[in-house]
Design a protein around this ligand. Structure first.
Ligand code: ADP
Ligand code: GLC
Length: 534
């Protein structure tokens, strides 16, 4: 079979750059495809420190007249991702900063439109064969930061297909119309049929309009974003692309999140078959957070962005109520986000010393400790495209209490509040509906009553820990999606001998591929419509 060349363009990829699930998801996808033999190359900005995580780094091109000025295109490989090849766009003026998107006070960098337009233009030039690199067959863009890629690739008139994956419709990259000139977007796109959005311009809309296919990260979210409640104003645009919209659920990296071999657990490894060390992880967590070291105290953890998406505003009201209701309960929160929520958590810590503690900040190690030492994870969401955090918790035997939305509705098994004790043995978590403090408190109470029934709780824990959410299922789905975009005659060409570590660079000296034919591709991945979801 012909090996397709995929260029995955993104603003995050763990461990190179991460602020949330986007980084985990893009890396997980790239690594899984790479290991299955697909020639996938990641492309992202060279943020501060990113280059240090690559080996074999060399300059491939100097790209002039990009938004924000000249940039270097570097190629390397990422050993932490099993050798996935990586292209970094280096322009220190744009990317060498303390953080990825915003300053310490949470103010978005003023030039974010230029920063991510530069990345998108650079990707489009790679796609057009304007560098030493051969053209990829598919450019796979992720979220609004790369939303201009499909538009720019199409504008160049090159025969390269594009896919846009929506990880979160709530973040759209909307900027003043006047920005258009500085980001190299032609005025003909600045209308409602193009990328205009309520008098401004939208990167996400550019991607939705111009990508050959649009995917999102769970089946339920794929249906939800077609509605007014979840579509964030772009449901109408999506409705025009219904036949090109697919759901490819994320997976989790079972090596990175593995309680049996997790360096962050301080030597206290455990597994579904041997839970002896889980109480020691709890003790370590309690010590780390300054909670009273009590092995019998149920520990409720929360680790997420402290924003309205994650119902953190409700959580700070629900937490004191359950701490009052259950005198042995302890709560540990790791997160950062809205300043008033951070302040409310610090206040709770003062009000409930030894029983409630908050770590404000972003800390990968503590995130692992939370899952290792917790009994249950509070993960309310007003919308959740996929929701990696509850799956990480499940793998560590920490039972998620989540909202019945998006990916959580698909991945957390809960037979429901009226289900008998036997049915709950098959559950992997507790789901709740609605967006009120009462429903959140009710769900925590339900989890507490299950926790008080050790046999049911142990069965749930075992089921949660052994559920399979690896990337293995996503690989054939992406593969068939990519292939559906390439005409049959191109797919039937004699295969080029597959390189041991396939990458775009491996093809630099190979003969250029002939241009592939028409835009019409056969459809093989399941669409939202065929999933009976529209
Ligand atoms: P989202 O992408 O919407 O934030 P996900 O649950 O899919 O939600 O992914 C969140 C990722 O970010 C997880 O890997 C989680 O561990 C991580 N994360 C969130 N907040 C923090 C934090 N304060 N410190 C460390 N990791 C965090
Ligand atoms: C987004 C979503 C989250 C999802 C992640 C990875 O950040 O909010 O639900 O898991 O992307 O796709």
């Amino acid at each position: 079979m012909v090996s397709l060349k995929i260029l995955a363009v993104t603003s995050e990829a763990f461990p190179l750059a991460k602020t949330g699930g986007l980084g985990d998801a893009v890396s997980g996808m790239a690594r899984a495809l790479h290991e299955s033999g697909t020639a996938i190359t990641l492309m992202l900005p060279a943020y501060r420190g990113t280059i240090d995580k690559l080996t074999q780094v060399r300059e491939i091109a100097r790209l002039r007249r990009l938004p924000g000025g000249e940039a270097r295109l570097l190629h390397g490989v990422c050993p932490a991702l099993g050798g996935v090849p990586v292209l970094l766009l280096q322009n220190d003026k744009l990317y060498d900063r303390d953080a990825l998107y915003a300053d310490a006070d949470g103010r978005e960098y003023q030039d974010n439109a230029i920063r991510f337009a530069a990345l998108s233009h650079a990707a489009a030039r790679v796609a057009a064969g304007a560098t030493r690199l051969p053209r990829p067959d598919i450019v796979h863009a992720h979220d609004w930061h790369t939303g201009l890629v499909p538009l720019l690739v199409r504008e160049k008139g090159v025969n390269v297909r594009t896919v846009l994956t929506v990880h979160n419709m709530a973040f759209q990259g909307v900027f003043p119309m006047e920005t258009a000139a500085s980001i190299g977007v032609h005025p003909r796109h600045l209308n409602v049929e193009g990328i205009e959005y309520w008098g401004q311009l939208s990167f996400m809309k550019a991607g939705l309009r111009h990508a050959d296919r649009i995917t999102t990260v769970s089946h339920t979210y794929a249906r939800e974003i077609l509605t007014e409640r979840f579509g964030c104003g772009l449901e109408g645009v999506l409705a025009t692309r219904l036949h090109d919209l697919l759901a490819v659920p994320n997976g989790i990296d079972p090596d990175e999140w593995n309680p049996a071999a997790d360096a962050h657990l301080g030597g206290y490894a455990f597994s579904a078959g041997n839970m002896e060390n889980k109480p020691l992880c709890k003790q370590r967590l309690q010590r780390h957070f300054g909670l009273t070291e009590n092995p019998r105290a149920p520990v409720l953890v929360m680790g997420s962005r402290l924003t309205s998406q994650k119902m953190a505003d409700l959580a700070v009201q629900a937490i004191p109520r359950v701490l009052d209701d259950y005198p042995d309960l302890q709560v540990a929160v790791l997160g950062q986000g809205d300043k008033w929520i951070e302040a409310a958590l610090r206040q709770l810590q003062r009000c409930y010393p030894g029983r409630c503690a908050a770590r404000i900040g972003f800390d990968e190690v503590t995130a692992h400790m939370l899952h290792g030492g917790g009994d249950m994870l509070l993960h309310g969401s007003r919308f959740e495209p996929f929701g990696l955090t509850p799956l990480y918790a499940m793998r560590y035997g920490t039972i998620p209490i989540g909202s019945r939305v998006g990916g959580m509705a698909d991945t957390i098994t809960d037979p429901g509040i009226r289900a008998g004790r036997d049915a709950m043995r098959n559950a992997t978590g507790v789901l709740f509906d609605g967006e009120t403090v009462d429903t959140m408190v009710g769900a925590i109470c339900r989890a507490m009553s299950l926790y008080r029934r050790p046999q049911v709780w142990q069965a749930m824990r075992h089921r949660a820990m052994t559920a399979d959410f690896s990337w293995a299922r996503a690989v054939p789905a992406y593969d068939s999606l990519y292939r559906s975009l390439i005409p049959d005659e191109a797919l039937q060409q004699a295969p080029v001998a597959a390189p041991a570590r396939p990458s775009l660079l491996d093809h630099v000296t190979a003969a250029a591929r002939p241009l592939v034919g028409s835009r019409t591709g056969k459809e093989s991945a399941s669409s939202v419509l065929s999933a009976g979801a529209a």
